[in-house]
Structures are given as C-alpha cells and as structure tokens.
Design a protein around this ligand. Structure first.
Ligand code: DGJ
Length: 713
C-alpha cells in the first residue's frame, strides 16, 4: 500500500497533490477549466479554496484566470503560451475544453491522477496525467491527446505540462547553456514581462541548452530558500517557455518543440507527450539536485547497479584501433584496476578516419584478423568486462551502406545533403532502416560477449525530409526520429538485458531524463581537461545524478587546451562521478600505472558514497577559486570531500570550508589528519584547506567514530 497523496475535494472541486514537503493544488473553476491554485510548502485544501475564482481586468484582459490554466488549450482568450493547439477537420482552430471526469489509480506502485477534458463540439479528448513521488517532492506530468472521431485532426503544439509558479518579488531563472566541449554551463537571469525560451531545434537534446529549469526569488542558495524546478524526458527538439505576464503570473510551459512541428492525429489515434517532472525544494538548489538524483536512481534509470571503473580507447588511439594495441592497453588498464574496457570508434568497416566507413558494421579484418573475439577473450582473462562504440543513426557517404541505400538518409530532393563531420543521418523511423540497425546490433551482441554499448551520435539534423511520407506528415520527422530511437533501444534492452548503455552525442548533446530510461550513464563532454570539467560537472549535477556521469582521467597536458595538471588533480576531478580512464596507457611508465592503480583503489572505497549517496556542492569559497563537493551516506556517518583550488594569491589565506550533511552530535575523524571533530564543528566552524599554488586538490574521507568526546579544530 502507498500513502494517500492525491485527493479530490468534491465540495470545493479541488485536486490536492501532497508530497512529503510540498502541496500542489488546482481546481475546476466555474467555466469547467482546470485552474492552478498553489505550489509550495504543505497546506490543506481549505487554505487555498478562496483562490478558485474567475477574474478579469478589462475587456482586453477578460479572463485572467486563463493565465493559470493547468494546461492551456489554444482558443478563445488563451494568449499565453498554449499547451495544446490543433486544427479541426473543418478548419476550425479553436479548442474549447472542459473537465469531463477523473480517476485516481495506481500505476507502477504510484498514485496517479488522470483527468479527462473534452472539447465542447469536437472529438478531441485530452487526458492529463499526474503521478506523485512523495519522498522527493516531485510530480510527473504528461498528456495524452486522442481523436475520438472519424476524421483527421492536425496537432500543432502538444506540450507536456505548464507549471505555474506562485507570486514572488523576483523570478530568477537558472538554466544551462553550452557548446561542443563546453556543455552544462550554469546561467541565471531575472524574468521580466515577456518570454524567455530555452530550446533545441537540432534534432537531439543539444549541448547548447538542456531541458530543465529552476525558478527562485533570486535569494535561494545551495542550502536555503525555495526553488521550483522541472526537467523534461525528451531527447529530440524540445522547448521550455518561461513566461511572465503583465499581471505577474509566471508559468513554464514545456514539451516537444512546436517549431516546424505538427502531428496528424488519425481517427482513433492517440498522441502521448513525454513526461515533464516538476518539483519544489525549500532547501535551496542542493536539495533540488539531491531529490532529482535519487529520483533518477529510484524511478528513471534502467537499473541500480554500481557503475564500473571503465577504460575508453578514444583519446589513446583515435581511429588507429587494432587488436595488438588494444590488448596492450587492456593489460595496462587491468593493472590499473579498470573493470570495463571499451573500444571506441574505428573497429569496423573502412573506418580509418571520420570520412569513411560509418554504416559498415562489420569487424575490420585488417585491424582484427582473428575477429573481435580474441580481444574480448583477453579482456575477460584480465578480469574485465568488454564494451564497444557504435553510431547507428549516421552514415558516411563514403560507405557501402550509403552506396546501397542513398535514400535512407533525411534529405530534400532538390537540396544538397549537408555533411556534418562528413556524415548524413539515417531516417531511422523507416521500417527497413530500423530493421537494419536492430539486425546488426543483434548480430554484434549475439556473437560477442559484450557488456556495454557506447551509443554515439555526431551530427544535428539538417534537410529533414521524409520522402515516404505525405506532405501533411513531413513535420513529424523530429518526433518520429526520437520515437524510433526509443523503440530501438527498448527492443535491444529486452533482447539483451545484460547489456548496459552509455548515451553520447559528440560529448553531452543527448543527456536528458528520456534517454536515461534506457542508458545507465552518459558521456557529458569530449572536454576531458580536469579543470574545465569542474564547471561542466557542476552544471550537470544540478539535475543529473553523479552515477550517470562518466568522468575522465586523460593525458597531461590535455589535447584540448594544453593545460598541465597533476595526476592527483585529474583523478580527484574524475572521481566525482563514474570514474573513467582515457589516457594512452601504452605510453605510461610502470610507476605511473602503479599510481593510477592507487587512485582507482581509493575510488572503489569511496564509490558507494559518490554513486549512491547524497551530494552537497559547497559553494561558499567559490569566489576564492575553490570548488568543493561532498558526498555523504544516508545516515550522515561517512563522507568524502573533494576540494580544488584554481590559484593561490599571496597574503590571501583561504577561509575555512564548512561541511554539510553531517550529524551535529556525532563525532568524526578525517583520514590523514590527527584529532576528532564534532559534526557541529565541521558544519559551523569548518575545516582548513591545505591547498597551495595553482590547480591543487585534495580528497578527505570523513568518518563517524564512536569516541564520546570530540576534540577541537
Ligand atoms: C564523439 C564522442 O564524443 C567521442 O567520445 C568519440 O566517441 C568520437 N565521437 C568517436 O568518433
């Protein structure tokens, strides 16, 4: 049995969604529309009943209550961002929709509210889904739009949800921006009247933005203040509109991007939107992130297993892959303590560079004369699992696949086919293309003992033409690509349940809650510089969980920006997620491999905290060039702290760093330091950071001890 978290108060006509630390309320107003009432700290229905009323300002703003519609149907006086926009068979472009019923059911052990809304005259039925995740103060929302008539209806915008934010003096929007090798950079801006749009039009989630938002009053910190937030589970074109009206109503509408988008809803058909999860934290951005991390662990990811320390060959050998070098790398990786050995691009067809071979998914016999089996067996002998890179959605024009099937790619017949990284994109929603991908992946996974797939995607969509579809279905391309991708992944996961997946798109361009239903982990960036990674990893951690984040130790100076960093710094930076190594170990001395093994051993000791624990970003000393992140177990007994100094200034000692998540009355020791400390002291007085010079780092393990008396700092 689950706790009752959803209630409908018949008399007041109010739906109350209660989580551990929040309430979300909306009602059915006198016009039969769903009107948002409240979202924030826990209240009862009686506390917000008076908010359910119609309101207007003048004939120009006649139905102000529509600004707070739970799901805005475009029609009548709907002038804010619509949630649903459609064209009826007779050309009418107006939805006039009312509440028609609801049920509270249980889906996957979670209480779910399903509200049905119907148009007054047309056979359009919308079902709104609300699923409550009480322990993390989250609500999952989505919509299903059905055509219950016998003629086609054209959908032009079908959003997942609109989130109304209560009145605040200021509305600060926090989000990320980025680019190839510089993903997940945090930004914030105050909303003024009008719209701030975050979106992808590139066909995948995109490194330029990521589909989540956080709103606060401008005062929230890592550990204090109220934050409203949401993240969309969609890996294609998406749009989030943060909108403030002249009447200071703020809502965030989000879902599949309506740009160049439409969907022809046939008689009896239903369109299902992606899930948009929203949440409330009164413990600042830190609690927001921790709740989102554990939500992924408990509800989103395909499994909850420990992520292995992995080696990836990309930066070591690029396309110059062959059995001998890879076996040598594998031997060294095993000595360093690696658990999963992954061969990247270059093992197949004529793939000696990025200009040819993509699409020809057979083992290159010159590089692997005895097949992949020889390497895989060796990797297994060395005690590691084996993984491999693929990029099934793309094709080089210089490939056998393209020569045989030039029509399989997206294109417009009268236009040049834009090549990006010398490749084109396959129309994977074509049944024969989908079958081709499923067939070669099935062969690969059936004939080899492969545990892990790194699934890459290295180009955006251009010339999005689908030759086989009618004119009025052309704009479905963006959605069809993502649906087909999810179907392929889902099919592969059911055929090969033991195989795990990593999502990569030229670095971190396809990371979202949609893909994480199929992928255990991600490749957040091609930038493996350990200092650059700190800000990438910070932005990532706002919404996505540390265990999903593969981090890299690569060579120094990095190929990226020629920065030289110590092995210690590189490891500490990469130990804050799932540890990966990408250095060319064939050029490392035995001594360096030994040092590497020591860090890997340390990582394995603290891994449960990083991969399963609670993360605290300690941002107090950011202005001093210090990045500090702490991970704790659920009981607050065991912790690990990572701290990094950018550069020291003479005569400017670092202030103490205050820790978080400890138990005030407990007594702690810090590995390598003499003495003991109370949790109270560590959290309120803080510790000294012996960081010196440029790019220094430390890792402290902090553990509860049973001593009665704690010493002082
Ligand atoms: C882009 C990825 O981000 C890299 O990690 C690597 O897999 C290359 N593609 C291979 O072509």
């Amino acid at each position: 049995m689950i706790d009752v978290t959803i209630q409908y108060q018949q008399e007041q006509r109010i739906f109350a969604l209660q989580t551990k630390n929040s309430s979300y309320m909306f009602g059915i107003n006198d016009k039969g529309r769903l009107q948002h009432l409240y979202w924030g700290l826990p209240i009862g229905v009686e506390d917000c009943a008076s908010l359910l009323r119609l309101s207007s300002h003048s004939s120009f703003d006649a139905e102000l209550d529509r600004e707070a519609e739970e799901y805005s149907f475009w029609g009548g006086t709907c002038y804010t961002e619509p949630s649903l926009k459609a064209i009826m068979p007779d050309g009418v472009r107006d939805l006039s929709v009312q509440y028609a019923g609801h049920e509270i059911t249980e889906q996957d052990g979670r209480e779910t509210l399903v509200i049905t809304l119907k148009d007054k005259a047309y056979p359009v039925e919308t079902k709104l889904y609300y699923r409550v995740i009480p322990e993390y103060d989250l609500v999952e929302r989505s919509a299903k739009i059905s055509n219950t008539g016998d003629q086609e209806i054209m959908l032009e915008s079908m959003q997942s949800a609109a989130w109304s934010i209560p009145y605040l003096q200021d509305y600060r929007l926090t989000h990320v921006t980025g680019k190839w090798s510089g993903e997940f950079q945090l930004r914030d801006t105050l909303l003024t009247e009008g719209k701030k749009v975050l979106e992808s039009r590139r066909g995948f989630t995109d490194g330029h933005a990521n589909p989540w938002f956080a709103i606060d009053d401008g005062q929230a910190t890592e550990s204090e203040g109220r934050v409203w937030f949401g993240a969309l589970a969609w890996s294609g074109n998406w749009k989030l509109v943060a909108e403030k009206t002249a009447f200071s109503h703020v809502k965030i509408t989000g879902g599949i991007n309506d740009f160049d988008n439409s969907w022809l809803l046939g008689a009896g058909d239903t369109f299902e939107t992606p899930v948009f999860v929203g949440g409330f934290s009164d413990g600042g951005f830190g609690r927001m992130s921790r709740h989102m991390h554990h939500y992924q662990y408990d509800y989103v990811l395909p499994n909850n297993e420990t992520r292995k320390v992995l080696y990836n060959s990309w930066e070591a050998t690029y396309f110059n892959v062959n059995a001998q070098d890879q076996m040598a790398l594998a031997e060294r990786a095993a000595r360093a303590g690696v658990e999963l050995f992954v061969v990247d691009d270059g093992w197949f067809g004529g793939r000696n560079h990025d200009r040819a071979g993509l699409g020809d998914w057979y083992v290159n016999k010159e590089k692997f004369p005895n097949g992949l089996g020889e390497l895989i067996d060796r990797v297994h002998e060395l005690g590691m699992e084996f993984g491999i890179w693929v990029e099934p959605e793309s094709v080089n024009p210089d490939s056998e696949l393209y020569r045989q099937h030039p029509d399989w790619v997206y294109h417009f017949p009268t236009r040049d086919r834009t090549e990006l990284r010398n490749q084109l994109l396959l129309n994977i929603s074509k049944p024969e293309v989908k079958q081709f991908i499923l067939a070669f992946m099935t062969d690969l996974l059936h004939n080899h003992k492969i545990k892990f797939i790194k699934w890459d995607m290295n180009r955006t969509i251009t010339e999005p033409g689908m030759k086989d579809h009618s004119l009025n279905r052309q704009k479905e391309v963006w959605v069809r690509h993502v649906q087909a991708l999810y179907e392929i992944w889902s099919e592969l996961r059911s055929r090969f349940p033991h195989v795990e997946f990593e999502t990569c798109a030229g670095g971190g361009s396809r990371i979202d809650l949609g893909i994480f239903r199929f992928a255990e982990q991600s490749w957040p960036s091609d930038n493996t510089d350990a200092f650059d990674r700190l800000s990438i990893q910070e932005g990532y951690s706002y919404i996505y969980a540390p265990r999903t984040m593969t981090c890299w130790v690569t060579d120094s100076p990095t190929g990226m920006n020629r920065r030289s960093l110590s092995l210690k710094y590189r490891f500490h930076s990469a130990m804050m997620g799932t540890l990966g190594i990408g250095s060319n170990l064939n050029e490392w001395s035995d001594e360096s491999i030994g040092q590497c093994a020591e860090f890997v051993k340390q990582y394995k000791q603290i891994r449960p905290l990083v991969q399963f624990g609670n993360q605290y970003r300690l941002s107090e000393l950011k202005h001093k060039g210090v990045t500090a992140v702490q991970y704790a177990d659920a009981a607050g007994s065991e912790h690990v702290l990572f701290a990094f100094l950018h550069s020291q200034r003479l005569g400017e000692p670092l202030p103490r760093l205050r820790l978080k998540g400890l138990v005030a009355g407990k007594c702690y020791s810090i590995d390598g330091l003499p003495g003991t400390w109370s949790g109270r002291a560590l959290m309120n007085v803080g510790i000294e950071l012996p960081l010196r010079g440029d790019f220094d780092s430390l890792m402290y393990r902090i553990r509860e001890i049973n001593e009665k008396k704690a010493g002082s700092l």
